[in-house]
Design a protein around this ligand. Structure first.
Ligand SMILES: [Mn+2]
Length: 321
């Protein structure tokens, strides 16, 4: 890819806004702070960074993350010279950030999602890259930009989280070539790993242990599930963030083919989160108006927890898993 236009436009822009997507993950936040850091080092320019929803506490260690602004901090009538979206597959993923995007003199879109329709003035989309962090690394190298340790930590975090620690099938030889160089710059993989994956709260661990201990195993233990009641969550003072990764714990059992968690919600609804090793759970959840990916999907059912679980079980059993 030819990045010379990107280099020129960053050089000539006085005020720059970098935008991450709603419900931010490690890739969009690491990429945003990574390009912020690189522009600061290479052009001595401070950009603005925008998040349109809350930054998860786990990412508070990312360099420069304290500089992010919310829509309330930014004058929405402002015309930026340049707005750069990172990891934003579709423009509606920046919510009201679109107001600033539409007013900007120039716009840039850096991403790795196949579905990205190249909605900006300049578009750098590599659907073969594991992450936007990996796209950015290639971009900085191509432009001969200096990559500082702070920039490297940002990009490494982006790549690490979007590849699930280099275990998803988006992990390719180029991913390792890229992280090898980041580690050469000084990134400590064990340090970043600990910050991202070993920073669970005690509440989350104790609550999930409780949920796992109540799990049921059916059909030669091919189906694993657990029911989560509001009173359990209250007893542990567990918030919704404590549900993160619970279904995966049941899927990780060797005999499990399909795992699900049915969680009691207000006003008689049940939220179901489903995971599988190969069966298409998006199809199963689709029966109840939900959806997602083949191996990870969810739905909401208007029924109490036990009844919802029964319906889901019946639907799973109709299939070859
Ligand atoms: Mn991504």
């Amino acid at each position: 890819m030819d990045y010379s236009n990107l280099n020129d436009i960053i050089k000539s822009s006085k005020n720059i806004l970098i935008v991450s997507h709603v419900n931010p993950d490690g890739d969009t936040l690491g990429s945003m702070c990574g390009i912020y850091s690189a522009i600061l080092d290479n052009f001595k320019k401070r950009s603005d960074m925008l998040v349109v929803s809350k930054v998860p506490a786990v990412y508070e260690f990312i360099p420069f993350i304290d500089n992010v602004k919310t829509l309330d901090d930014i004058d929405k009538s402002r015309e930026y010279d340049l707005v750069i979206n990172v990891d934003v597959a579709a423009i509606d993923r920046i919510c009201d950030g679109k107001i600033l995007f539409d007013k900007a003199k120039s716009t840039v879109n850096i991403d790795h999602h196949k579905t990205n329709i190249a909605y900006a003035d300049l578009n750098y989309i590599d659907p073969n890259a594991s992450s936007t962090g990996e796209v950015l690394f290639g971009c900085f190298e191509n432009m001969d930009w200096e990559i500082s340790l702070d920039t490297a930590i940002c990009l490494y975090t982006a790549i690490l989280t979007d590849t699930g620690s280099f275990k998803f099938d988006n992990t390719r030889p180029g991913t390792f070539e890229c992280v090898a160089k980041l580690v050469e710059i000084g990134v400590q993989p064990s340090d970043i790993y600990r910050k991202v994956y070993e920073s669970d709260s005690k509440t989350l661990v104790m609550f999930q242990a409780h949920c796992v201990s109540k799990a049921k195993f059916l059909d030669d233990e091919k189906i694993a599930y657990t029911l989560v009641y509001r009173k359990d969550m209250e007893k542990f003072s567990a918030g919704d963030d404590c549900m993160e990764g619970l279904t995966e714990k049941l899927r990780a059992i060797v005999t499990t083919k399909v795992a699900f968690v049915a969680k009691e919600m207000k006003s008689g609804y049940t939220k179901v989160s489903m995971r599988s090793k190969s069966a298409d759970v998006a199809d199963i959840c689709g029966v109840f108006g939900g959806g997602g990916h083949r191996l990870a999907a969810g739905c909401t059912i208007k029924a109490p927890v036990e009844e919802a679980a029964k319906k889901v079980l019946a639907e799973i059993r109709k299939r070859e898993i």
